[in-house]
Design a protein around this ligand. Structure first.
Ligand code: SAM
Length: 350
């Protein structure tokens, strides 16, 4: 159980390895990271038996940027026949688990294995319950079985309250047919990730005011309007007519970087494709000057050292706010709907 497995977007294995190595060094957990390009996962192999458990105890999954899911455990070879018996025997030393998720990596091999997992899940669940290894809704950890192939599985554990909200960290969000663009799901996923569900009615409330910078054609604005917020949409491009017909949107053809609201607003969101340093500075200004209470801003990452760039920008934002004497919650995640980018969330406190 001394390996920490981390799922990620394919192509971001290096970022996951850099991030977990830095965190492990900070927590003085000895080990090394490895991740094959395109495998959609990284691993941190701990040199001490309790290393992976220490990482999962001291780190908050929600605060990690590049991992989509994590679990501590090890790989188990499986036979072609009667995999269930082998798993049951292996799990005899594991704690009784409170849930079971069968996962695959977000790679081509992983996609091919999903059908196998769907068929395998019901009989396995039944066998685990019968053997007393699975008590749904109990207090034990969640059992995460990540299939690398039909012949090899990573048998992992994670605390349900300190791991991904969805299997493999892939949210099950339905594309709203009325929304004018697919990027609408990016903002919805950001809210799921950064705002606990029981706070939505307070923090995404009817009658709030919002500014959407780089709003055209209106996917993000649609989400804000769907929460019955009044939106100022800033973009030289056109907004979808259906949105303008809602009476909730004012469209301004202006430069998003120069625009300032007459009065502070509840939300600022920004999806402008620009240098990440420029979007990060905009975020710091809006929160720092109290122009908005919360913000979601996308940072595009066309460069090579993506983890280093993101941490540098987050530090710059934190330092800038500290110099102004402003306290804020700062979050950053590569969401499932993010491509070569990450999403930042800031909330002004006090
Ligand atoms: C990725 S699209 C936004 C998509 C939008 N979030 C949605 O969900 O439909 C980026 C937009 O930023 C706009 N844009 C680029 N530079 C801008 C600027 N300086 N000020 C305002 N908008 C800008 C572009 O016109 C484009 O419509």
């Amino acid at each position: 159980m001394n390996t920490l497995l981390l799922h990620c977007r394919p192509g971001f294995e290096g970022e996951v390895c850099a991030e977990i190595s830095e965190q492990a060094a900070r927590l003085e957990v000895a080990g090394y990271a490895r991740g094959k390009a395109g495998s959609a996962c990284g691993e941190f192999v701990c040199l001490d038996a309790d290393g992976a458990q220490r990482l999962m105890t001291h780190l908050r999954f929600q605060q990690l940027i590049f991992p989509r899911q994590w679990a501590r455990g090890s790989y188990l070879p499986l036979p072609e026949q009667d995999r269930i018996s082998v798993l049951l025997q292996y799990l005899a030393d594991y704690p009784v688990c409170s849930g079971l998720w069968l996962e695959v990596f977000d790679s081509n091999d992983g996609k091919e294995l999903s059908t196998f997992c769907r068929k395998f899940e019901a009989p396995l669940r039944k066998a685990l319950v019968a053997a007393g290894r699975l008590r749904e809704g109990g207090s034990g950890p969640r059992l995460l079985l990540t299939f690398k192939s039909g012949r090899e599985v990573f048998v992992g554990l994670a605390d349900a309250k300190n791991s991904a909200l969805w299997p493999m960290g892939i949210p099950r969000l339905k594309f709203p047919r009325q929304a004018p663009s697919r990027s609408t799901l990016k903002l919805e996923e950001a809210w799921h990730h950064f705002i606990p569900r029981d706070q939505w009615d307070k923090r995404l409330a009817e009658g709030m005011t919002a500014v959407d910078l780089g709003a055209s054609p209106g996917g993000w604005t649609w989400q804000l309007v769907n929460r019955e917020m009044h939106v100022t949409a800033v973009d030289n491009g056109p907004m979808a007519e259906s949105l303008m017909g809602s009476g909730m949107v004012e469209h301004l053809q202006a430069d998003g970087f120069a625009f300032r609201p007459r009065r502070p607003v509840d939300w600022m969101v920004c999806d402008i494709v620009e240098k990440p340093a420029r979007n990060a500075a905009l975020l710091e200004t809006w929160i720092g000057e109290g122009l908005c209470r919360e913000a979601v801003v996308n940072l595009k990452l066309p460069m090579k050292q993506r983890y280093a760039e993101v941490t540098r920008l987050l530090e710059r934002i934190a330092d800038g706010l500290a110099e102004r004497g402003v306290k804020a919650q700062i979050g950053c995640k590569q969401l499932y709907h993010d491509r070569e980018e990450v999403t930042c969330h800031l909330r002004r406190l006090g």
